[in-house]
Design a protein around this ligand. Structure first.
Ligand SMILES: [Cu+2]
Length: 397
């Protein structure tokens, strides 16, 4: 019977869960340290894991429980002595006030300390718009947050129980119902419409000067890299089909179409400043995500579902280096979906340059149609190749 009681005990089970969490965390903290190599550091444990904070939380709970018990005993002693006991409603009211002040300070603290961890300066036209939208939304929600928290905990303190006061019974009030339905509805409508227009501008066909987006770039994700393809002199990207993918034709470009022949492959994404870019996004295996935080660009790359994103970079890499006083600064395109073991490796340098620099760079890029691919596609002469392979087969036999 005692054993049954023991395994049913919630306290024992809670401690067991905390112990397991702590143990697992300790183990996981040690693995990278051990893998990092030899030396004294290998034996060091990262104590600031999740379990550490869980244990701190349990300890604080324990402290509060102990203080509660002490107050209860004090209260009972007062009553035994025939004096008036503690006014628990006052105690709870004051705790609510302390909670309110600590919470408001916490919100202020998180803005001042973690505020600088938000996205860096927007380097695209629509990026500025997105930031404006984000700021307006944050300000509105913060106003609502501060008002509701002050009212909630302030009222709990002000209207705590008193023998001299009676609560007013309010079964229904249409005015209050209307106010708290209509006001959020109006605010949300403004935010949604605001967001809708911003999205429409982002997906618009024209660039910063009102011209139709002209530079098409193909970005294709696969485990674990991004492949870039630029149009050649004709300004058009050749069509692709996954059925044509081979070792030499990684992207499955269709070479029965003329526009495919002059396409270029690139290692770095060069973008001319103040020109509208259309990024054609595709994936070959699993879902990846094109993420360029400085340009406020993020869109999933889904196999079988080509997507695109249009944006206009406004600050060149050189200007950004100057602004940040960091000569090594580079814009990057990342993969923002955890797509497998080498996911961290999926990034490429993006360089925003002047139009002249862009054209100069483009003239030095390698054609996508390599000699190996020409051979594979039997561009020179299809028949002798076949004959060779048949001979080989014959020799093998
Ligand atoms: Cu990925």
């Amino acid at each position: 019977m005692a054993f049954k009681k023991l395994i049913n005990s919630k306290t024992i089970l809670s401690f067991f869960a905390a112990f397991m969490l702590f143990g697992t965390n300790l183990l996981m903290a040690q693995t990278p340290a051990a893998a990092a190599g030899t030396g004294e550091d290998a034996n060091q444990v990262d104590w600031t894991g999740v379990a550490y904070y869980v244990l701190i939380f349990f300890l604080i709970c324990l402290g509060v429980a102990v203080i509660g018990k002490i107050l209860k005993i004090y209260d009972l002693t007062l009553k035994i002595q025939g004096k008036k006991g503690l006014k628990w409603n006052n105690v709870m009211g004051v705790i609510c006030l302390v909670f309110l002040l600590a919470g408001l300070y916490g919100a202020y603290w998180s803005f001042t300390v973690q505020g600088s961890m938000t996205l860096p300066e927007a380097a695209s036209i629509h990026g500025v718009k997105i930031d404006e939208m984000f700021t307006v939304t944050t300000i509105l929600t913060m106003i609502v947050f501060f008002i509701t928290q002050i009212l909630l905990f302030g009222f709990l303190f002000k209207y705590r129980h008193s023998d001299k006061r009676r609560a007013h019974f309010l079964p229904h009030n249409n005015t209050i119902e209307k106010v708290w339905t209509i006001v959020p509805a109006i605010v949300l409508t403004i935010l949604v419409v605001f967001g809708f227009f911003t999205w429409q501008k982002i997906m618009d066909d024209t660039d910063a000067k009102g011209e139709v987006a002209s530079i098409n770039i193909d970005i294709t994700g696969h485990q674990f890299a991004w492949e870039l393809r630029y149009p050649g002199k004709d300004g058009k990207l050749g069509p692709k089909s996954f059925k044509l993918t081979t070792a030499s034709n990684k992207l499955g470009v269709d070479f029965t179409k003329k526009s495919s022949f002059d396409d270029l492959s690139a290692d770095t994404m060069y973008l001319p400043v103040n020109r509208s870019i259309k990024l054609n996004i595709q994936a070959q295996d699993v879902i990846h995500s094109v993420y360029m935080p400085h340009f406020r660009v993020q869109l999933n790359a889904v196999p079988g579902l080509p997507t695109y994103f249009k944006f206009t970079p406004t600050i060149t890499t050189a200007d950004m280096r100057h602004k940040l006083d960091d000569p090594k600064f580079e814009y990057l395109v990342y993969c923002n979906k955890i797509c497998g073991g080498g996911h961290y490796n999926m990034q490429k340098v993006v360089r925003v340059v002047s139009e002249a620099e862009y054209l100069e760079w483009l003239s030095h890029q390698k054609p996508y149609l390599t000699d190996g691919l020409k051979k594979e596609l039997h561009f020179a002469d299809a028949e002798p190749q076949k004959a060779v392979s048949q001979n080989r087969l014959a020799l093998n036999n």
